[in-house]
Ligand binder design. Structure first.
Ligand code: SF4
Length: 170
């Protein structure tokens, strides 16, 4: 059973757009107003319907709902962007509905991997996908005890001076 059917059975109402389903149950709500304070454009008790999911990105809405103390608000991201490591293509790829919408490429260079290029379709900008793509390469490199040379300017900026990447930086 989908999360939506499960929650609707429990009395939750659904508000949705192409990116996100938001569920709210008035009988669970403690009126702590974290939602209204978090984003008054999306959550406005003076308006009907009081939840308008067109007023912010799915990511922003999800971040506010994560603060709801009661569980009255819940959400499900539709068709999330999936990050895959594709070793045969020497890259990580971001897939949405099975289509590649971003990639981070590397070139084996001796015992290291040189990250050469990171790109995300501008339509999907601002969602942290480029960072996830680079992190996927780092994760695989780390698992194989391989060092990273961040030649790509984005990866270089992302990794420079960061404690959490020191162990893989060449
Ligand atoms: S944050 Fe959750 S508990 Fe608080 S008012 Fe909003 S829905 Fe209700």
């Amino acid at each position: 059973m989908s999360k939506r059917s499960e929650l609707e059975k429990q009395g939750y109402k659904t508000y949705e757009n192409d990116e996100i389903e938001v569920f709210w149950n008035p009988t669970v709500c403690q009126h702590a107003a974290k939602c209204v304070q978090g984003n008054g454009d999306v959550f406005n008790t003076q308006r009907r319907p009081w939840i308008d999911v067109s007023k912010a990105s799915a990511k922003e809405i999800a971040a506010v709902i994560d603060q709801c103390p009661s569980g009255a608000l819940q959400y499900e991201i539709k068709n999330p962007v999936v990050i895959e490591f594709q070793e045969s293509c020497c890259r990580s790829a971001a897939l949405k509905d099975g289509k590649v919408i971003g990639k981070c490429e590397y070139r084996p260079s001796g015992p290291s991997w040189m990250i050469t290029h990171t790109i995300v379709n501008p339509e999907f900008g601002g969602q942290g996908i480029a960072k996830r793509l680079v992190e996927k390469i780092i994760e695989e490199a780390r698992a194989g005890k391989i060092r990273i040379i961040p030649f790509c300017p984005y990866a270089r900026k992302m990794m420079a001076g960061k404690e959490e990447y020191k162990d893989v930086l060449e």
